[in-house]
Design a binder for this molecule. Structure first.
Ligand code: G6Q
Length: 538
């Protein structure tokens, strides 16, 4: 059965929102009183979303609620969690798969949304628990009899960004003497610099590739295997695989342990599957992995709420659409006031832009409105000394999502000039949110702050494994809701194929060139053009 969803501009509330966008709420008119702060605040799964600094009022909120209702986005979310085949374009060849990253963390109940997927998730978790217990008990040890202290994670895209962002976010909770390194780029210097840092005798290598065919990952695996062999070490005692069932990497003889991820989990949504869990389990321990899953699961459940004022990811999705489609702001800055979230924006860049950077709807027709915004950002306060000039006074208005925590992770802080550093950090966070919203009039045009830069603040007590799981799932659900409302397929990534295919064709020619010295007679000032010409690409 096929279900036809409307494009966003066919929703009855669309013209109403268009009209409202002509006179959005004015944040500069001294309107940010206590009442407004109390009204526009939402609590969920350890986080508060403060959104009084968005250009909305009660009428805008009512209309956004109608948009959520008319697009059936909650029903679509529920269908997704139950395993509906939603990764597809009607009538065209497409991946045609269910989308079940939520099942990876739906492991805490007897009655999961999609029982078979949750059963598979539990099987892999059990394998992981056993593996980690064997490492702890010294049943699996390094060739010199000591424990494994380092793990090199090899993977790229979804098999790198989310896991790496989570590892860096939670490094404060790392096991003593356990360290993780990442190799993702095909640039040989990426691998070389990591190999220099590790004592390979004591190192595990976690090779992560759902397809088991990714050029960068397979190349880096061979390169690292060669380094082990050169040292007289057998890679089969060090290498772990995380891959899809029946992929070319699904070959347990080659690996110390093999774990599966499944075709219903998209790469960029896979951080809570074995793709992230094996590495995180080594670094943080099994209990911390469960905490991450628990945090994510609590959001997956809370995100079923239909009232947008009680559902943080849905609210963020709608505020994002209000800013992007109706107020016309093209980019979105995600600015965490936490050094630990240094790679989280990079992960969200992939998760959001690869999911929602689409220009056709789920029936294959071109859309007449904007879909995913350009996502960018850096941790504060560093960004304040870099690009905040533009977001305060530039010609482009950049909506901002701030992320912050009331307490630090290490809680190693001292009072200097009457405040601790965490207070200095958070004073900056709140001040920036307010300054962007209200601005400040000044007769001197160079010192005038126009304000009305919409922003919101997602804040929790502390960046713990549970809260990191929640934060990750908040963004995954936000991106998913936006895709539902835009009526696009957020779960494929055909846009990355063309460049990849052309690079493979070129590589064949590089290989021919290397073997036959075929084009030697043609050395000229324009070697790149010559190569493209011989490859028949221009
Ligand atoms: C993510 C994408 C992509 C993918 C990488 C790695 O959603 O599909 O970023 O994760 O291309 O793919 P493999 O895990 O198959 O190596």
């Amino acid at each position: 059965m096929t279900t036809h969803f409307n494009d966003m501009d066919a929703l009855p509330v669309f013209p109403h929102l268009r009209r409202m966008a002509n006179t959005p709420f004015d944040l500069t008119a001294k309107a940010l009183d206590k009442n407004r702060f109390a009204t526009y605040k939402c609590k969920m799964a350890g986080f508060d979303l403060l959104y009084a600094t968005q250009r909305i009022d009660n009428q805008t909120m009512d209309a956004l609620q109608e948009m959520a209702d008319q697009s059936d986005c909650i029903q679509q979310f529920l269908a997704m969690k139950k395993g509906a085949i939603i990764n597809k374009i009607e009538g065209y060849a497409s991946e045609n798969r269910a989308v079940l990253h939520t099942a990876c963390r739906d492991v805490f109940t007897q009655d999961p949304c999609q029982p078979e997927a949750s059963r598979q998730a539990k099987t892999e978790l059990d394998k992981l628990r056993q593996f980690l217990a064997d490492l702890d008990a010294g049943l699996i040890k390094s060739p010199d009899g000591g424990p494994f202290t380092d793990l090199i994670n090899i993977g790229i895209g979804g098999s790198d960004l989310g896991p790496r962002a989570l590892y860096l976010a939670l490094a404060a909770f790392k096991k003593k003497d356990h360290k993780v390194h990442f190799i993702s780029n095909i640039d040989p210097d990426d691998a070389a610099s990591i190999l220099r840092q590790c004592d390979l005798t004591r190192t595990l290598v976690n090779v992560v590739s759902k397809s088991g065919t990714t050029l960068e990952t397979l190349t880096n695996e061979e390169l690292v295997r060669a380094a082990f062999t050169q040292k007289g070490l057998d890679p089969a005692n060090h290498f772990i695989a995380v891959t899809g069932e029946n992929s070319p990497m699904d070959n347990p003889q080659r690996y110390l342990r093999s774990f599966y991820m499944f075709d219903y989990i998209g790469g960029r949504y896979s951080a809570t599957s074995m793709v992230g869990a094996v590495m995180l389990g080594f670094a943080l321990g099994y209990e911390a992995v469960l905490e991450i899953l628990l945090g994510a699961n609590s959001v997956d459940l809370a995100a079923e709420e239909t009232d947008i004022k009680k559902n943080i990811p849905l609210l963020m999705a709608l505020l994002g659409i209000w800013n992007h489609n109706f107020l016309g702001h093209e980019t979105l800055a995600i600015l965490p006031y936490s050094q630990a979230l240094i790679r989280f924006t990079a992960h969200l860049q992939q998760c959001d832009m690869e999911s929602n950077g689409k220009s056709i709807n789920r029936q294959g027709h071109s859309l007449n409105y904007q879909t995913g915004p350009i996502i960018w950002g850096e941790p504060g306060t560093n960004g304040q000394h870099a690009f905040y000039q533009l977001i305060h006074q530039g010609t482009t208005i950049v909506p901002t999502e701030f992320i912050g925590f009331r307490r630090s992770q290490y809680e190693e802080d001292i009072e200097i000039k009457g405040t601790i550093s965490q207070e200095k950090l958070n004073a900056n966070l709140l001040a920036q949110s307010l300054a962007l919203a209200t601005g400040e009039k000044n007769q001197n045009p160079n010192k005038n702050f126009p304000g009305n830069r919409p922003n919101s603040l997602l804040i929790a007590d502390r960046l713990t494994p549970f809260n990191m799981g929640s934060l990750l799932a908040i963004y995954e659900a936000k991106i998913t809701f936006q895709g539902f409302i835009w009526n696009i397929n957020s779960f494929d990534q055909e846009g990355v194929q063309l460049g990849k295919n052309l690079a493979n064709r070129l590589l064949d020619h590089y290989a021919a060139h290397r073997q036959d010295k075929k084009y030697d007679g043609e050395k000229n000032d324009n070697p790149d053009w010559t190569l493209l010409k011989h490859a028949g690409m221009i």
